[in-house]
Design a binder for this molecule. Structure first.
Ligand code: NAD
Length: 364
């Protein structure tokens, strides 16, 4: 029997509600697949600011360091929005976590299930039959972190500068993540850049072409980011794995999430360096935030959190069968017509957060 230590950080708003459903599903998975998850909860985000005085208390960091993976809910809410930016829940907790654990690869599946294609804002004929893509975003380099990054004054006028910088080694490591992900899927990798304008993109493209030699089974293509933004809405079914640097990936992955339908369906993984056996230490969380508008009402969709737990099983723990079982259970429940409010349509049965969690646990 394999035993793993999991740091569970539910956070704020709907974070605690959807995390409870992930626990419910994981309890069944543990029995069925003979694995033990030693889950320990810790405070993060707004609740940690209230109780411990900061968004990421040392005790939470220590717990994460002693764990095999971090299962994260969501943080933030209006109560903490007036704090200085660096002390707010997201900036004060998520960014330091990424930094401390070197989480350089953000994986966001963009799945539009055929049964839920009506929830996509894209024209029905373009998403008929749904689509299944994966966005791999570089998370710790590029424009968001490059120095100098400041506002100064020139001739009495404010001047702001940000710096986009990438080392070849940073491009190589994210390229390997993307190529390996493509190998496990439909073996198509589309690398997004702006190589007609940006030096970083020229190095990005050159490095991708070099690394491609190690993955001859994957078809590599390149697309300028502005064209990619268009093609995503024009022909989403054409994409398999999309790879982008930090800022382009930030924007493209949100666009992908929007065209997939509800944010309540989308999990994500932020991975650090790979360990033995192709596994990664990582932070696994829903694509959305703490949804203050629906928090406490018991109507949030727990599927993003439950699928984040499945990604944790696959990428951090190597428990592929357990991950597959959760993903299959989600599809079976959607097939059965059960829907939370965000994905509900005429003729379907409306479910609360806990009813959806219970149905998925039963389907596992
Ligand atoms: P949000 O993702 O919380 O909500 C956007 C919309 O999506 C809302 O209408 C919400 O009800 C809906 N939604 C989100 N998740 C849902 C789910 N599981 N089921 C059903 N509907 C869902 O984004 P926001 O409103 O911009 O931000 C709210 C708070 O969350 C802010 O404080 C923000 O800083 C924080 N936030 C945190 C994270 C994170 O923890 N990673 C990410 C984004 C936003």
């Amino acid at each position: 029997m394999s035993t793993y230590k999991i740091a569970v950080l539910p956070g704020d708003g709907i974070g605690t509600e959807v995390m409870a459903e992930a626990h419910r599903v994981l309890a069944v998975v543990q029995k069925k697949f003979g694995i033990t998850l030693e889950c320990t909860e810790a405070r993060v985000g707004g609740i940690a600011i209230d109780v411990d005085g900061k968004a990421l208390p040392q005790a939470t960091i220590d717990l994460c360091k002693a764990s095999d993976a971090i299962l994260f809910g969501s943080v933030g809410g209006p109560k903490w929005e007036t704090l200085p930016p660096n002390e707010q829940p997201e900036r004060g907790a998520l960014l330091p976590l990424r930094k401390i654990f070197g989480l350089f690869a953000n994986l966001r599946p963009g799945i539009c299930y055929p049964q839920l294609a009506h929830a996509s804002p894209v024209r029905a004929d373009l998403v008929a039959g749904g689509f299944d893509m994966l966005c791999v975003r570089e998370l710790t380099g590029g424009l968001y972190f490059g120095q100098p990054k400041k506002t100064t004054e020139e001739n009495g006028e404010p001047v702001a500068v940000d710096t986009m910088v990438y080392k070849k080694s940073e491009i190589e490591r994210i390229a390997h993540v993307a190529f390996r992900a493509a190998q496990g899927r439909r073996k198509k990798l589309c690398s997004i850049d702006k190589a007609n304008v940006l030096e970083c993109s020229v190095l990005w493209r050159k490095t991708l072409i070099e690394i491609h030699a190690q993955y001859p089974d994957v078809a590599l293509s390149h697309m300028y980011v502005d064209n990619a933004a268009m093609q995503l809405v024009r022909q989403p079914r054409e994409f398999d794995v999309i790879l982008a640097e930090n800022m382009m990936g930030d924007i493209i992955s949100d666009e992908m999430g929007a065209i997939a339908g509800s944010i309540g369906m989308l999990p994500s993984a932020s991975l650090g360096s790979s360990k033995e056996g192709g596994l990664y230490f990582g932070l696994f969380e829903p694509g959305g935030g703490s949804a203050p508008d629906i928090a406490g009402k018991g109507i949030a969709n727990p599927i993003a959190q439950i699928l984040s737990a499945a990604m944790m099983l696959r990428f951090a723990l190597g428990e592929k069968d357990a991950a597959n079982a959760i993903e299959r259970a989600v599809i079976a429940v959607i097939d059965s017509g059960l829907r939370t409010g965000d994905i509900w349509s005429e003729g379907c049965q409306r479910a609360s957060t806990s009813e959806m969690g219970a149905a998925i646990a039963a389907a596992v």
